[in-house]
Design a protein around this ligand. Structure first.
Ligand code: AMP
Length: 647
């Protein structure tokens, strides 16, 4: 990305704005405890603006801006990623998790303040303030510095100056905290057109409220420093009306001192206690910051791996470290934390006067819900699958952007509501698509189909979920990939893999694959309508009509090639077994049949359009006829070798 992009917030660029971004867009801002994000929604739905993309466009955390600000004297020295990277070296001048102090009195946050590497003091009117280099700033001012950074980056990303935003806050925020958030926007020069509850944003991101019946939704939000559970009642908007859906908070519960940070500490609990006892305040701050980073890295690693090793060279400043941690150990040590979240769920339901069974949907929000133990515990407690299709770190910003587009009057066109706009399918061997749900099917819907393996002894099967009307994967939109792992070794074609597609009333697709014999299962969830506009759907449909004949032919050839390669494999194996039992001219005829079928397979793989399906059938027939004596000899041989098989 070129260096001159920093000067982009000038009005002159508005006319050139890509994708028809309006002159005065309303963005959605998730002003989070750990990370903040900006999103924007147009006819293709909401998308995260990749604010720090110039640093690393391919980073999986693209768009996430750490809610961290570093000061030096009067000046803001760094914001976001740069400030977060310097946290360990500038522990007393770097402010993170400032959201905890928004609109709060110092005495209500004295415990947090005591554990904080930066200095929290009683500021004006007893409200919490942060003192750095002798200057006390309010949490609003610090949040404003963050917001200004987000606004500038968003203006660059959209190519127009951003002035208006929907900003999210936790549902439990009281008036003082909401006002503090508005004030932060004002200080940053942003018109906060709405303060939106985070759980409502999460529901909006999943399309909840766009149609259908009234529902009860639970939003389970486990972030970096806090846990919130909210019970929402949703009354969808009348279709064809300009009214908005109504989201009512029935109850909230949670714990302002329970989040990913606590899970980090579980992993290094003993070291944390030692560090807290360090009498030297500078060193204590440094040790706590280092432990925070090390614990967090190990925890994130354990979401994917069964074990992880942490090693740290303390450079004489803090003690060295070398230990291996495993997931079961972590999960049992963290179980009390998980139980506390479930107890809060129980309290929230009780306050709402509802039974667990009255909950229609559960939505997972917050980076910490990536821990497998959290998803498992929540799904088992509520006895239903949770919504996880959207990135739990981004879902609130996406929903805020949806709210922004509703307020700006740029709602999504009436697309994608009651029917599936494009067919949903699975990639099969050879790159063809097996369509499980065809376009225009009413939602909700379910479809199941059996698949198998194409290679002997295959232990893992890659599943690729696609969308579109064409016959080959390369002409469709990729929706998700996942793996079914740990199959017992079996010959190709023997495993029975049942794949179920489930589209619910909100258009969220769940795909589950189960291998019948071993019971191994894997699943994935996606929102297929994301990134689709009416125009896109129309174009895809027109394309598929244009290519219909050609596509059918190609699909047929690909399937024939896949089946033929299994035939080639089986017949070659049989011939090897009985070569001595059959006449040389039989062997010759079979070998020539195998060679011509194999050459068709090779050609079909290179360019399926160059192969005539009838040629395949003829080659296959010839081979079948030639190999009859081989099959007979093969049966005779197995009877000879194992007479019991006669019975
Ligand atoms: P949030 O405040 O929602 O941004 O959540 C941030 C928290 O999520 C931090 O405590 C992160 O360590 C945690 N987190 C992010 N990714 C993962 C992961 N893959 N496994 C476990 N925790 C994660």
């Amino acid at each position: 990305m070129s260096g001159d992009s920093t000067s982009s917030a000038s009005p002159a660029r508005a006319a050139d704005a890509p994708n028809g971004v309006p002159d005065d867009p309303i963005v959605g801002i998730d002003l989070g405890t750990t990370n903040s994000l900006v999103a924007f929604a147009d006819a293709a739905g909401p998308r995260i603006l990749h604010l720090d993309a110039e640093l690393d466009p391919s980073a999986p955390d693209g768009g996430l801006v750490p809610s961290v600000v570093r000061y030096r004297g009067e000046a803001v020295e760094a914001v976001g990623r740069v400030a977060a990277a310097g946290l360990e070296d500038h522990a007393t001048r770097t402010v993170y998790s400032v959201k905890r102090y928004m609109g709060r009195r110092f005495e209500d946050r004295a415990d947090d303040a005591a554990a904080s590497p930066y200095r929290v003091v009683a500021g004006s009117r007893g409200l919490a303030g942060i003192e750095i280099d002798g200057r006390v700033r309010s949490p609003e001012e610090i949040s404003a510095d963050l917001l200004a950074h987000l606004r500038d980056r968003a203006s660059e990303a959209l190519g127009v100056p951003v002035r208006r935003a929907v900003v999210t806050v936790p549902a439990y925020f009281d008036d003082a905290q909401r006002q503090a958030t508005r004030d932060a926007g004002r200080i940053a020069g942003i018109d906060v057109v709405r303060i939106l509850n985070e759980p409502t944003a999460a529901a909006l991101a999943y399309g909840i409220g766009a149609r259908g019946d009234a529902e009860t939704i639970v939003i389970y939000d486990l972030g970096g420093g806090t846990f919130d559970v909210t019970v929402l009642e949703v009354m969808p908007a009348e279709s064809d009306s300009d009214e908005e859906a109504i989201f009512r908070v029935l109850a909230t519960a949670g714990d302002t001192h329970l989040g990913g940070d606590d899970f980090d500490r579980v992993l290094v609990e003993d070291l944390h206690e030692e560090a807290m006892a360090d009498p030297d305040p500078e060193r204590r701050a440094r040790r706590l910051a280092v432990l925070r980073a090390v614990g967090s890295r190990a925890k994130v690693a354990l979401s994917d791996a069964e074990a992880t090793r942490i090693r740290l060279d303390g450079r004489g400043l803090v003690p060295d470290l070398d230990r291996t941690l495993d997931r079961p150990g972590f999960e049992s040590a963290a179980r009390p934390l998980v139980d506390r979240t479930l107890e809060a769920c129980a309290r929230a339901l009780k306050d709402a006067g509802l039974e667990r069974t009255a909950v229609d949907r559960v939505v997972l929000v917050g980076g910490s819900t990536r821990m497998p133990m959290i998803r498992e515990a929540v799904e088992s407690w509520f006895d239903r699958p949770a919504y996880v299709a959207l990135d739990p770190d981004r879902v609130i910003a996406l929903g805020a952007a949806v709210q922004g587009s509703i307020l700006a009057g740029t709602r999504r066109d009436a697309l994608l509501l009651d029917v599936i706009p494009l067919s949903l399918g699975l990639e099969t061997a050879g790159g063809a698509v097996a369509k499980l749900v065809v376009r225009n099917t009413m939602v909700p819907t379910r479809a199941v189909e059996m698949f198998s393996t194409s290679v002997d002894g295959q232990l893992n099967v890659g599943l690729h979920v696609v969308q579109g009307e064409r016959e080959m994967v390369s002409d469709c939109r990729s929706l998700a990939r996942f793996e079914l792992r740990g199959l017992p070794p079996m010959p190709a074609g023997i495993p029975q893999i049942e794949v179920a597609f489930n589209v619910d009333a909100n258009g969220v697709l769940g795909v589950e694959a189960v291998e019948r014999r071993s019971g191994r299962r894997a699943r994935v969830q996606v929102v297929p309508s994301n990134g689709l506009t009416r125009d896109e759907v129309d174009r895809i449909e027109a394309d598929s009509l244009e290519h219909a004949r050609d596509d059918m032919l190609v699909h047929r050839v690909v399937d024939l090639a896949v089946n033929a390669s299994l035939d080639v494999k089986w017949i070659t194996e049989a011939l090897d077994r009985v070569r001595e039992d059959v006449a040389p001219d039989v062997t010759k005829a079979v070998e020539s049949g195998l060679a011509s079928l194999q050459s068709l397979i090779t050609r079909a793989r290179e360019d399926p359009r160059s192969v005539d399906p009838d040629a395949f059938h003829q080659a296959k027939d010839r081979l079948d006829r030639a190999s009859m004596p081989v099959h007979e000899a093969s049966i005779a041989r197995s009877l000879r070798d194992d007479p019991s098989s006669e019975r």
